[in-house]
Design a protein around this ligand. Structure first.
Ligand code: GLC
Length: 531
């Protein structure tokens, strides 16, 4: 594996910095906190951390509204603290990936302050300004991802500006070369500081239809969905020119050694894979979110993996995600027992896995009382279950107050189950989900079949999904039971096999009559290669 670049063999761990570790008692996590917890991440066995935005921000969208791309918000620390964190991580062989938010700035970014000042300001065209209709209506029917129109009218200049998200997040005009130049300088600023790559926010939304055509209505829209789904995103997403921008970003990264470009892309598989770019000169890892939305059955997951593997361009490297700061947590979706099966799936499929902080503790859906809601999306479209606070609660380190996250009042409530679900308790229990994650991460490192081996779906039968990973003389079979009833294993003589990992640690051996117990997953090293 020596010649295998880190972002292919490694495992990425997403940190939501507000919620990882607070060191100054303000109830919000900080860089120093991450630095103090590097030993944990090293113990766990992850290879890279991706940190959600830490730049100066008014926090209308908790950092995804950036007011200065080349600095650190005092809430999180300083540039010096950032440098210390990168050095500390690198000393432990942990790479650092930053979140790059190019689609929009904060409304308080100096560029937007200039842009909004007058119609003739040199930065006017850095954002997307248009006249309204004759009756004063917005320029077209585009909607904000967070509810309501995507246009806000400025009384001062009488024009509307576009915001794909909150009005506090005006969209940059990526058709303007000056914007591109300025943003590529931002990439260089961080690359020069030693950052190992970027996760690029909403990369598939960067370019909008030049003629600003109306999006067509979505015939399948259901009223209990987010308002954005009322229209098909034909003219606001996945525009052909986006690929030009992705290739340019990649070009900037390629001037440095082994840096990675990860793209946030919510698209069907056949569109997603186009983001690898022509001749693989796009994103090295266009985020594959398919597991987040596929039915949790052996048949559906088996089909998904086959479809995805089959759709990858030659040489395109796969990747898998089970959760992030915008999605319900995996344990909330599939339950505690299946969360362990999910862990095994994530860490044994072919490709780079991205873990979400706290999933290794089995954190489920944390109820957020009405008065504690922070997410603007929940406030804009309440009651539809769109709010993202339940997946962003403080990390659970131990059983002391606030789970050892903060000596102050945490910005979001701590999961009430923290007394039993915390690092200290779970670390001491070899049967815990945390121990399972750590074991899986460690066997991944040791077995080339899991890192660089081929993938073959052996089959799905009832609730069982069975697949094989193979490299040279090593063959590993993964058997996962997606149900809560016993499931016979496909016929195979596992006679001389070794169990590398099991969701049920009391499983000691295999015999020809082995059945998978309810919710059981096994990773098996077979000694003989079947012909
Ligand atoms: C991405 C982020 C999300 C944010 C949005 C706007 O989807 O992951 O958290 O709200 O972009 O930046």
């Amino acid at each position: 594996m020596a010649n295998f670049v880190w972002w292919k063999h490694g495992v990425v761990y997403q940190i939501y910095p507000r919620s990882f570790q607070d060191t100054d008692g303000d109830g919000v996590g900080d860089l120093k906190g991450i630095g103090e917890r590097l030993a944990y991440l090293e113990w766990l066995g992850v290879d890279a951390i991706w940190i959600s935005p830490i730049y100066p921000s008014p926090m209308a969208d908790f950092g995804y509204d950036v007011s200065d791309y080349c600095n650190i918000d005092p809430l999180f620390g300083s540039l010096e603290e950032f440098d210390r964190l990168v050095a500390g991580a690198h000393a432990r062989k942990i790479k650092v990936v930053l979140d790059f938010v190019p689609n929009h700035t904060s409304e308080r970014h100096p560029w937007f302050l200039e842009s909004r000042a007058s119609r003739i300001n040199p930065k006017r065209d850095w954002y997307i300004w248009r006249d309204g209709g004759p009756d004063g209506s917005p320029p077209n029917n585009w909607l904000s991802q967070f509810g309501g129109p995507a246009w806000t009218r400025e009384a001062r200049t009488g024009q509307y500006y576009l915001h794909s998200f909150l009005p506090e997040q005006p969209d940059l005009n990526w058709r303007n070369p000056a914007v591109r130049t300025a943003m590529y300088d931002v990439l260089r600023f961080w690359l020069d500081r030693g950052v190992d790559g970027f996760r690029v926010d909403v990369i598939w939304l960067l370019i909008k239809d030049a003629a600003l055509r109306d999006n067509p209505p979505n015939p399948n829209y259901r009223p209990n969905e987010a308002g954005i789904h009322r229209f098909m995103q034909v003219y606001t997403a996945d525009q052909p020119e986006t690929h030009e921008v992705v290739a340019e970003m990649r070009f900037v990264l390629d001037q440095y050694d082994e840096r990675v470009l990860i793209g946030e892309i919510y698209l069907p598989i056949e569109r997603l894979v186009t983001y690898y770019g022509q001749d693989l000169r796009g994103a090295q890892l266009p985020f594959n979110f398919q597991l987040l939305h596929t039915a949790w059955t052996a048949a559906a997951v088996g089909k998904l993996v086959t479809d995805y593997e089959g759709a990858l361009p030659p040489g395109g490297w796969p990747n898998w995600v089970l959760g992030n700061h915008d999605q319900p947590r995996i344990a909330a979706r599939v339950g505690e027992a299946q969360a362990r099966v999910a862990a095994m799936l994530l860490l044994t499929l072919r490709g780079t896995p991205t873990m979400y902080y706290g999933d290794e503790l089995g954190i489920g859906r944390v109820a957020i009382p009405h008065e504690a809601v922070k997410d603007a999306w929940e406030k804009n479209e309440p009651g539809l279950g769109l709010g993202r606070d339940p997946s962003r609660t403080p990390f659970q380190w131990d059983a002391t107050s606030n789970a050892g996250f903060s000596s102050g009042t945490p910005w979001l409530p701590v999961d009430p189950s923290f007394k039993s679900h915390n690092v200290k308790v779970l670390r001491a229990d070899p049967a815990s989900i945390l121990s399972l994650y750590r074991d899986l991460l460690s066997i991944r490192r040791k077995h080339p079949a899991l890192v660089s081996g081929t993938f073959r779906l052996q089959g799905t039968e009832g609730n069982a999904l069975v697949f094989e990973r193979k490299a040279e003389s090593e063959r590993i079979v993964v058997c996962l039971n997606f149900g809560d009833t016993e499931q016979p294993l496909p016929v195979e003589d596992f006679g001389r096999s070794v169990i590398l990992a099991s969701t049920h640690p009391d499983r000691a051996s295999l015999d020809p009559k082995t059945v998978l117990r309810p919710n059981e997953g096994l990773t098996i090293l077979t000694t003989a290669l079947p012909s």
